[in-house]
Design a protein around this ligand. Structure first.
Ligand SMILES: Cc1cc2nc3c(=O)[nH]c(=O)nc-3n(C[C@H](O)[C@H](O)[C@H](O)COP(=O)(O)OP(=O)(O)OC[C@H]3O[C@@H](n4cnc5c(N)ncnc54)[C@H](O)[C@@H]3O)c2cc1C
Length: 169
């Protein structure tokens, strides 16, 4: 489950990746957490180890309906679990947030660039997100926490509350 581009570009920390595939792989939903009325976090159990880098995304395919890009929001160190947090804004994302445990979804990826976490080691890292924008940043937060002795870190998350925007540390 990889584009293969990352291996060619040496972006996958030396870990093995499979051949290119444009065909979605059917993957079972193992857990659904309802975060809000229109937001759900899905945990998927891939049939084999799934390696990705913080900042990448998957293409999620709802069979017969369509395919959308959704960021990986789990821990990159956990290769037996694929986590996505999705907000329902249209037909496909709405269908994804309505999936239940044991349903099957098509997955291909990972795609895209990555946060340069290893290049930032030894420096202070400031992570700022707004609302659901925190989801694609969670992998880099997991990574920084796993190696917290290597850098100083500070996080802020902005949320909308009525007419006001707030930033929490
Ligand atoms: C690299 C990447 C990573 C992403 N990561 C995430 C992620 O982690 N989580 C996530 O939730 N999303 C993420 N997205 C956004 C997600 O891909 C889109 O929300 C999704 O493609 C929408 O597809 P859809 O078929 O559900 O909506 P479509 O029907 O294609 O709607 C497209 C857009 O039209 C608007 N729209 C549609 N219906 C309505 C309506 N009824 N009222 C008002 N506006 C409407 C919305 O702005 C919507 O985004 C990511 C996108 C990219 C490119």
């Amino acid at each position: 489950m990889s584009t293969g581009n990352d291996a060619r570009e040496g972006r996958n920390d030396g870990r093995a990746v499979s051949v290119d595939s444009l065909r979605p792989l059917p993957v079972r939903v193992s857990r659904v957490r309802r975060e809000m009325a229109d937001v759900a976090t899905l945990e998927l159990t891939p049939p084999s180890a799934f390696a990705f880098l913080a900042g990448q995304f998957n293409m999620l395919y709802v069979f017969g309906l369509g395919e959308v890009a959704i960021s990986l929001s789990g821990d990159p160190a956990e290769e037996s679990r694929v986590v996505h947090t999705v907000r329902a804004v249209g037909a496909v994302s709405r269908a994804i947030t309505r999936l239940r445990r044991n349903d099957v979804i098509g997955v291909r990826g990972p795609y895209g660039s990555y946060w340069p976490a290893s290049e930032s080691e030894g420096s202070d890292i400031i992570i700022v997100a707004g609302g659901l924008g925190l989801a694609p940043l969670r992998p880099v937060i997991y990574r920084v926490l796993a190696h917290r002795e290597r850098s100083g870190s500070h996080g802020g998350n902005g949320v909308r509350a009525g007419d006001h925007d707030a930033v929490y540390d």
